[in-house]
Design a protein around this ligand. Structure first.
Ligand code: NI
Length: 249
């Protein structure tokens, strides 16, 4: 159930049976020589929409741009500052809370968003806490990365071993190739096979340390069959988690 494909009376009717909404959030940033710029948004979106179907839950439009300043030395990457991302999340939650939504389940596709999302949740709670008690019931937010599902990371380790790495990983690229088979580039070997590991600060520093954009990964291991397995585990795990979270007080 996609929010953007509902009418307002339909949203009003939904709110009579549920106060929960799933919000996919990603990033628009380079993912190495064979990974798509939209990888993190695509992964979050396909998982969130399937969780919405499994749990009969409303799914908000995807927030496709995140905190990705460290990728800006590669063409096509777009970033919000942490403070901008926090403001965007606060305003989206406040808009929907005004109508009665109370449980915001963020399905995240980008590690770089985690700190800002945590800060946004704290801002939202602080605003409620600083008001006198007795107002409307409070909003609760939850962040789940698509890879935080039972057995998922074990499966990824079995599939890709040390080639998984931490950026432009074969697991996330597999998910995007499952979603967009026409954009798959299977069998394209990369040099070096496994990208360097290490730390980074700003965008220039990142590009110096990781010249083709990957960190520690062998993106060439990606394949859409693996993407399907990872997708199924993610949707199963997050659907169960969403249901049990909504059942809590
Ligand atoms: Ni990514």
């Amino acid at each position: 159930m996609l929010l953007q494909l509902q009418t307002w009376p339909e949203v009003e009717a939904y709110l009579r049976r549920s106060r929960g909404i799933i919000v996919p959030i990603g990033s628009t940033e380079q993912h190495g020589p064979i990974g798509l710029i939209g990888t993190d948004a695509i992964c979050a979106e396909i998982v969130a929409r399937a969780v919405g179907e499994a749990a009969s839950a409303m799914v908000a439009p995807t927030l496709p741009i995140g905190m990705a300043q460290h990728h800006l030395a590669f063409p096509g990457s777009i970033s919000l500052r942490p403070s901008t991302l926090i403001a965007v999340v606060r305003d989206c939650v406040a808009s929907l809370a005004r109508h009665g939504f109370e449980r915001f389940y963020f399905v995240n596709g980008h590690g770089g968003n985690i700190a800002s999302l945590g800060a946004a949740f704290s801002e939202i709670y602080a605003e409620a806490s600083l008001k006198a008690p007795g107002g409307a019931p409070g909003v609760k937010c939850r962040l789940k990365n698509w890879w935080q599902a039972p057995r998922l990371m074990e499966t990824v380790r079995e599939l890709f071993g040390e080639g998984e790495g931490t950026h432009a990983t074969p697991s996330e690229i597999s998910l995007t190739w499952f979603a967009h088979p026409e954009r798959a580039q299977p069998g394209r070997a990369l040099e070096p096979r496994i990208a360097p590991r290490g730390t980074f600060a700003d965008a220039e520093d990142y590009r110096r340390n990781f010249p083709d954009g990957r960190i520690g990964s062998d993106s060439a291991l990606a394949n859409s069959e693996a993407g399907k397995r990872i997708f199924d585990l993610s949707v199963e795990g997050l659907s169960a988690d969403y249901r049990s979270w909504l059942a809590e007080a």
